[in-house]
Design a protein. Structure first.
Length: 194
């Protein structure tokens, strides 16, 4: 797995649960607590061990921990800004998720992110579909979507269902979204520019 993914897991665990927790998880996983180099590749088993040991220690399902990781990533300001450029409102954002793999691979060609397909079975529902072999990515993407719904001020039900993350939007402008500066003095709030 790409070192950037492992570094993200490390950053999430350190920020959320503290350095001592990270050191315990690193030790249980058989890795150096000093962390990962972002440009190296590591065996996939290392990433799975980190998530497994952290989930066991926290007594929570791995899928829930991975969703929290996705939400943490989306709150990381450089990532948040890139995601906000994907759409003027939450619906736009969801419909551009099928471009996410290509965008990520332009920056990090060997990241290993899955191909995403976006379907809209109903006006208020979006399905973000990924290949079966990327089970963990679905939970991470669900967390990203949850965080971005809050960022846009949208209200909806987000659930992993089979090979898809299903988003049922009950209110696209439920609350005022976080401000988003496009540049040139325009500030984007929720779905509009002020």
């Amino acid at each position: 797995m790409h070192g950037l993914i492992n570094r993200s897991i490390e950053g999430f665990l350190r920020d959320t649960y503290g350095d001592a927790f990270w050191a315990d998880i690193a030790d249980a996983s058989g890795i150096d607590a000093r962390g990962f180099q972002t440009v190296r590749h590591y065996p996939d088993t290392v990433s799975y061990a980190l998530i497994n040991h952290a989930a066991l220690r926290l007594d929570k399902p791995e899928s829930e921990l991975l969703e929290d990781l996705g939400a943490w990533l989306a709150r990381f300001e450089p990532v948040r800004r890139l995601l906000r450029f994907s759409g003027s409102d939450f619906i736009d954002f969801l419909h551009t998720l099928d471009e996410l793999q290509g965008r990520a691979h332009m920056v990090i060609p060997d990241l290993g992110m899955p191909k995403i397909r976006v379907d809209s079975p109903a006006d208020d529902e979006v399905s973000v579909v990924m290949p079966d072999c990327f089970r963990e990515w679905r939970s991470v993407i669900a967390g990203v979507i949850r965080s971005m719904a809050d960022d846009y001020g949208a209200l909806g039900l987000i659930a992993v269902d089979g090979n898809a993350v299903v988003v049922k939007i009950s209110h696209e402008a439920f609350s005022e979204g976080r401000g988003f500066e496009l540049g040139g003095g325009l500030e984007r709030v929720g779905g509009g520019v002020q």
